[in-house]
Design a protein around this ligand. Structure first.
Ligand code: M6R
Length: 607
């Protein structure tokens, strides 16, 4: 993960580097650092922890350097202390790195055998020393980089600064994204368009294997073979405005509250509100011709994919394989001729999901991406992009991105069902009408937040929590458990309710809250039986159901969260909301860092 940035400016660059890093903090917040060239010498300032600690350190300094690089870290090699914070310096070179140098142990051993002393536990330091060795041997910076890149294995984006040359930055990309920004007499490097948005909207996205030599006069780009290449300049739409929390205490709270609006916005792109029909344009494939659909994603996006499996199979009778991308990418799964592969990603930069997409392409699949960031690598490399219109999601826990992914996927499944002749006009109208009601229903759920908060108070005292759901609500149970553990650090597991008696019921005692997701649908009675098995063993039940389910359980010693009744297939979009609120308030009661929970990052660009 990690975010990297580099600036060749007209004026001092220290604070512009920090500004760019603020926008990259979603990639990691274990430590941050910058290096600038001050009177011909590299000056470095680093601090463990969040970016504000670096800012505090810089406040007392008067850095005037006009060339510099910066880094915000999600630790892979070495604990997140100041020593391991980037930039790393060796001799006359400073370097920042996103990714993993897989052969760093061999490189380190080689350098140590020559007497090089390593200061850090990072993989990156080996690259700095290799470059320094090249320079000491008389190589020019460009040749030094060329030679060193040839020695590196793994996935990386690098930005390199050379002492004694205040008009040069070199960036390289193999795997993680890197963009070159074109200013007026200024040049930039950054992990993404958002980082560079305050400075320029003219970007060149480096292609995999590219490396670029920047001076204030422009950029020369080389491809993996070392040949000079020309790459297009595009105009990014990324906003230079930093998103703020408004009146909310946390971004997560704000993003939960935004869901009626962003789901409505997303529906606007996929649904004809007047005709109550699904509307899809620009497809590069024919749903009728498909034999199988392969869905890959990570984390919450994977759980959206799991819900999609139920939808595609039910509405379109299309067989679906869903995989976590980190497993799928190395499984060498045989894929059918003329199959469709859908990847799902908020950021569009998740390394495993990107690798899965590339594998599917190499196997001749049509590829489509459900993404929130339209300029991301995944969006750029997919045949078709189905955008979610969640807007920037800042909280590490995915909330509005998830429900927007669900929104797009249910619309795609409906389109497929229609095209394949399994969804008739009446059923389509019923489904789309229910979807159109979703924003209103979510408003209604949000109005009950105070009650959910009281239940969350009880959950926050638990050591373990179980979430149960069946059918289309099984993925919601998994998502509930994921959300709770990632922000409150309470251990939680999601189970298919029918699986309970095959093992996990052994965990149930009077200290175990069990959250049961059970709208009154075709599987309600089955789920209720599973719930009774828990109640009989003393488990504390939190029942999420609709009014009729709540009525049927009146007088029981349960906590009940009532969710508006909707079309059975639409329920994940609604039940996702109390699930998020429970996790959010439990985390607030626990006093955790809700928006930036420990050990996590918003975008996982390493495997
Ligand atoms: O950006 P992506 O959607 O590809 O990210 C995938 C996961 O890393 C992400 O959903 C993660 O699981 C969230 N933190 C969960 O809330």
């Amino acid at each position: 993960m990690c975010g990297i940035v580099g600036i060749l400016g007209k004026g001092p660059v220290a604070w512009p580097l920090v500004e760019a890093l603020r926008r990259l903090e979603y990639r990691g917040y274990d430590s941050a650092g910058i290096a600038t060239i001050e009177k011909g010498r590299i000056e470095r300032v680093r601090a463990p922890g969040k970016l504000m600690h670096l800012s505090q350190k810089l406040t007392g300094l008067d850095l005037q350097g006009t060339a510099g690089i910066g880094h915000t870290r999600w630790a892979t090699h070495g604990v997140p202390n100041e020593t391991n914070a980037h930039p790393h310096i060796a001799g006359h070179v400073a370097i920042v790195h996103n990714g993993i140098i897989e052969n760093y142990r061999d490189l380190k051993a080689e350098l140590m055998a020559e007497g090089v002393v390593f200061e850090t536990q990072t993989d990156t330091e080996a690259v700095a020393h290799l470059l320094s060795r090249e320079l000491k041997a008389g190589a020019k910076p460009v040749d030094a980089v060329r030679h060193v890149l040839a020695r590196l294995e793994g996935a990386f984006a690098l930005a390199i600064l050379f002492e004694g040359d205040g008009d040069m930055l070199i960036g390289a990309r193999r795997g993680p994204p890197l963009a070159v920004g074109h200013g007026d007499g200024e040049m930039y490097l950054g992990s993404d368009a958002i980082a560079l948005a305050p400075f320029t909207n003219k970007l060149t996205y480096l292609e995999d294997g590219d490396w670029a030599v920047l001076t204030r006069g422009g950029v020369t780009i080389y491809d993996a073979s070392g040949a000079k290449v020309s790459r297009d300049i595009s105009h990014t739409q990324a906003s230079s405005m930093l998103v703020d929390k408004g009146n909310y205490r946390h971004f997560m709270a704000k993003e939960i509250a935004e869901q009626p609006e962003v789901i409505g916005h997303t529906l606007g792109d996929y649904v004809d509100f007047t005709q109550r029909k699904v509307r899809l344009e620009g497809l590069a494939f024919d749903w009728k011709q498909l034999d199988r659909l392969t869905i890959t994603a990570c984390g919450t996006a994977y759980l959206a994919g799991l819900a999609a499996k139920y939808w595609f199979e039910k509405l379109a009778r299309l067989p679906v394989e869903v995989d976590v991308a980190s497993e799928f990418r190395y499984r060498e799964a045989p894929l059918p001729k003329n199959g469709l592969a859908i990847v799902i990603s908020q950021s569009g930069e998740t390394a495993d999901t990107l690798a899965a997409l590339r594998y599917c392409k190499s196997q001749g699949q049509h590829t489509a991406a459900v993404v929130n960031v339209p300029e991301s690598t995944i969006a750029r490399e997919s045949d078709v992009v189905f955008r979610t219109f969640a807007g920037p999601e800042i909280g590490v826990a995915s909330t509005k991105a998830f429900t927007c992914q669900l929104t797009v996927l249910i619309c795609l499944a409906a389109a497929a069902g229609k095209a394949r002749g399994f969804l008739n006009a009446k059923d389509e109208e019923e489904l789309i009408s229910a979807l159109i009601e979703t924003p209103r229903h979510i408003h209604e759920i949000l109005r009950g937040e105070a009650h959910i908060k009281e239940i969350a108070r009880k959950l926050s005292a638990a050591r373990d929590v179980l979430y149960l759901g069946r059918g289309i609500n099984f993925p919601v149970a998994l998502e509930g458990a994921l959300k709770l553990k990632e922000i409150s650090y309470i251990h939680a597991e999601g189970y298919a309710a029918g699986e309970l008696k095959h093992g996990p019921i052994a965990l149930v005692d009077e200290n175990m809250p069990v959250v049961v997701i059970a709208p009154r649908d075709a599987l309600y009675d089955k789920t209720l039986s599973n719930m009774e098995e828990v109640a009989a063993r003393g488990g504390q039940i939190v029942l999420m159901t609709d009014a009729s389910g709540a009525q049927a359980n009146e007088g029981r010693n349960f906590d009940v969260i009532t969710v508006p009744k909707s079309h059975p297939l639409v329920s994940p979009l609604l039940y996702a909301i109390p699930i998020q609120l429970l996790a959010y308030h439990a985390a607030v009661f626990m006093g955790t860092d809700v928006d930036q929970p420990r050990n996590l990052a918003k975008s996982v660009t390493v495997e």
